[in-house]
Structure formats: C-alpha cells, structure tokens
Design a protein around this ligand. Structure first.
Ligand code: ADP
Length: 475
C-alpha cells in the first residue's frame, strides 16, 4: 500500500509546524524525512538537526546534492546560497522539537494502537516480543535497533504506512524529561515499564531519580490508556504508588494481575510457565533462556492482553520469539563449550538477574567461567556496584572470574570479600586482554558467561572464542 507521505504537501507540513515559509512550491510532496546528508536524500525533506558533534546546517549543500527536495532549518540561520531554486525551505525555532511535533501529528493520521515500552533493562526484548505477538494479527511497526530517543522515535513513526494497525515503540532515556516528551509524541494506548534499576544513575541522581524519570510515562500517558508495570520490582512499585490510577501489574509474586506460575526451565531452550490472568490459566513457552525473559514475556503478554489479543496468539508469539543478538545469546562452541553472550549491555539490575540463570544452564557438571566488563554511567555509585558485582559472581559458584576495565579491581575485591579464591580471579585492562587470558583457562564442557557495558566491547571476546574453538554441536 502506498505511503501516505506521498500525499502530504510541503504546505501541509508548514501549517502543522507553524513553520516560516522561506521558499519553494507549497504543493511539493516529499518521500519522507532525511537527517543524514551522507545518505541518499532523494525527494525527501532534509531536517537540519544539531547533535553533540555535528550541526546539519553545515551540510545543507550536501543534502541538496544528494537529492533532497526540501530543507527544514532553524529560524534565523544564515543559509548558504542554494543552487536549486526549486527547493522548499522551511524554518522553525527548534527543529528537534518540530520533529516530535510532526511525528505526533503523523501518528494520529492512522488508526493505530501504540504500545510504548520503557525501563532500566529488557526494553528491546519486551518490545520485540510484543511486536512478534501483535504482528501475527495485524501489520505492526516497531523501532529498529536503538532508535528509541527523541530523534529515533519520531523517525520510526515516520515509517508508518496507512495499513499499519499497531506500533511498538521502545523509549530510552538518560535525562529527566525525555520519557515525558517521548510519551507525548507517541501517545501510547498501552505504556509498559519493565523495571527500575541502577542504570544511568550518573545523570539522574540515584535510584529514586531513575524511578521518577521512568514514571514520567504514567504522568503523561492519556487517562484512557493502560499502564503495565513490573509488580515484582520494588523501586518501580514505590514510584507507581504515588499515582492515583489503576495499573496492570505483571510478575511472579502472587497478587500480580498477570502472573507466571509453575515456571519450568528447559535448559538453553527456555521455559514453560502457566500464565495466570483473570481467573484463567494459559500455558506459555518462551524459547529463550534466562529468567529475565520470563519477566519480559509476562510484560509483553500483559501489554497484548490490554489490547484484547487472544491468549493463543500471545502463546504463539512468545514461542516464535527467538532472542536477540548479544542478549543472553546461546552459542555452542567446539570442545563442548557453552557460551552465553550477554555482551550487548550491562547494568547492575541486568547483571543480578542474568547471573541467577547460570546455575541451571550449568546443570550436568559444567564449570562456570564469568567475564565481566565495567558497567558505565553509574557515577559515584560505580565502585560500590562493581564490588557488588564481584560478590554476585562468587555466589554463582564460578570457577574462574575475569574482570575487565577501570573497575576490574573493585569487582576483584568484591569477589575476594565474598570468598572466591584470589588465584581464580584475573583483573585485566580490556576486552582484548580478557580474551588472551580466558582462552588458556577454558576446559572441555565449560559454561562461559560474558557481560559488560556496550562500550567495553566484550563482543570481541565472544568472537575470539568462536575463532579459537569453532562451532560445536548442539548438546
Ligand atoms: P534494554 O533495551 O533495556 O537495554 P535489552 O532487552 O536489550 O534491554 O536487554 C539488555 C540486557 O539486559 C540483556 O542482555 C540482559 O542481560 C538484561 N535484561 C533483559 N531483560 C531483563 C529484565 N527483564 N530484567 C533484568 N535484566 C534484563
């Protein structure tokens, strides 16, 4: 089906944004929006955004050369002489805010159900699970990769086509006010908060600050929308208690609206559990391991139930979801080594939750070997959180612990305090050193768990283990 973009004129965009008209024909129609002048801009409206490192106003010529049909710029900027007189040029006070304004307008041009997902951990996985479920029934859009901020989310909404009926939008943040702004743009029918944990505490002033920033979703969401929250997560529920509105809770504890009962681990194949809701019980299969994914599945199921999705469709979607790269991803290597690649990212909540699943995966006598990289953006809490991480590693019964980064010595100290023999710990500088150190320590049948913040690049260790040991048999 045709994009409605092609039906929208420059004049209509200018009216919607109350933009200043600088030049061009108001009847021009754009094929979409471009923000990167290095990419093809054919027939698109080039939106001049100012980032931390670049100001797109410096690349207007390049955008024009790449085929842009129009430019949206900041009012008052001196523009270079434009070689193409046919070019539409619009100006607004704040191009970034205007991007959100147009996206919010665009979202309402289509009869659509929107689910928004935020939280300290599990946003992407929960979003993908919801999208897998909903797309079994209706055409569904969801954000790709990390397009979850005040630029990525509007750009995702611009991909909506007239036959989309659902959108699942991840909302990320590292500053106060971001979730409020994203909620206003997305105008969700269902808002999900997966959890609150010590992530981004640097910018937000501790756990209470993180919780306050996440519940901006509840502050701003439409009063008729459903709010879905993790009822097992104490800091979140404390923040939710401040609101006088009904919420749907999910979790393992009795009393949650959507609850998991009789959870059975199936090793690296995931879980089965009974989903209990409204006096009914439905058997669910999650095809990915890691207990965190049962919470994510419950959050996804609760969101889908708010949209009246049939439980059979939810069960099918959860069964079909096959996990995501670098998120508790299972690899079978040569020498019967089982690698759990969780290198996509890390924060203390994610680490604590994921470590609890290792013992089950090691059943049958595998030794546990853990490689952790620094968890970033924790501010002055960092030394304490890394010592805690070391302590938690010890509790898994790990045979070897490799810690990499500036906080390696904190992790090492925590592990020693908790009783791990010092000669079973290696503190190293970075991912490359971890790879070099880990290889000679590994034995046949080991379970290797790797995790660290994205910028620590522990995926290098994962790739290095593949190169060293090769692919193995599924066992
Ligand atoms: P986000 O998008 O919030 O960063 P992801 O779904 O990408 O979350 O998962 C990133 C990591 O967070 C995973 O690799 C896993 O270690 C951890 N994680 C995922 N879901 C949860 C959860 N529900 N609770 C705690 N940790 C989780």
């Amino acid at each position: 089906m045709a994009l409605i973009w092609n039906e929208m004129t420059a004049g209509r965009i200018a009216d919607t944004l109350k933009a200043q008209w600088i030049q061009g024909d108001p009847e021009v129609r754009f094929h979409g929006i471009a923000t990167d002048s290095r990419q093809a801009c054919d027939g698109k409206l080039f939106w001049a955004l100012k980032g931390e490192r670049f100001d797109a106003h410096d690349f207007l010529d390049q955008a024009a050369a790449k085929g842009a049909s129009g430019l949206l710029v900041q009012s008052g900027r001196i523009l270079p002489p434009l070689k193409r007189e046919d070019m539409v040029v619009l100006a607004v006070e704040n191009p970034q805010q205007a991007l959100g304004t147009l996206a919010a307008w665009w979202r309402h041009q289509i009869p659509l159900k929107v689910v928004a997902v935020t939280g300290s951990a599990g946003k992407t996985t929960t979003k993908e699970m919801i999208a897998t479920i909903l797309s079994l029934g209706e055409k569904t859009l969801w954000n790709e990769g990390n397009l979850n901020n005040l630029i990525g989310l509007p750009l995702t909404l611009f991909r909506l086509e007239s036959d989309h009926r659902c959108a699942v939008l991840e909302m990320g943040m590292n500053r106060k006010g971001e979730i409020a702004a994203l909620t206003e743009i997305a105008d969700p029918d269902v808002g999900v908060i997966t959890n609150v944990g010590p992530a981004h505490t640097e910018g937000l002033g501790g756990l209470a600050g993180v919780a306050a920033a996440k519940v901006e979703l509840i502050e701003r969401i439409r009063s008729t929308a459903s709010v879905v929250v993790n009822g097992d997560n104490k800091p979140l529920m404390e923040a939710v208690a401040g609101f006088n509105r009904p919420v749907v809770t999910f979790g393992f504890a009795p009393g949650n609206t959507v609850r998991a009962d009789r959870i059975k681990a199936r090793g690296h194949e995931g879980f089965t559990f009974d989903l209990v809701y409204g006096g009914h019980t439905y058997t669910m299969t999650v095809s990915v391991p890691g207990l965190q994914n049962v919470w994510n599945a419950l959050g996804a199921a609760a969101a889908a139930l708010c949209l009246n999705t049939h439980p059979d469709q939810i069960a099918e979607g959860l069964r079909l979801f096959k996990g995501m790269h670098g998120r508790f991803e299972i690899h079978f290597l040569g020498n019967n080594i089982l690698l759990v690649d969780d290198t996509y990212n890390a924060n203390p909540l994610a680490l604590e939750t994921t470590l609890t699943s290792l013992e089950g995966l090691a059943a049958g006598g595998r030794r546990i070997v853990i490689g952790l990289g620094d968890m970033l953006e924790l501010g002055d809490k960092a030394p304490h959180e890394h010592r805690e991480a070391g302590r938690r590693v010890t509790e898994t019964g790990a045979e070897w612990f490799l810690a990499a980064g500036r906080h390696a010595s904190d992790m090492q100290a925590g592990a020693i305090e908790a009783g791990m023999p010092p000669d079973h710990i290696r503190a190293v500088a970075d991912a490359a050193a971890m790879l070099e150190t880990i290889v000679p320590l590994l034995q046949e049948g080991d379970l290797v768990f790797l995790k660290g913040s994205r910028r620590m690049g522990l995926d290098l260790v994962s790739r290095g283990l593949h190169d060293t040991f090769g692919e193995g048999e599924h066992s």
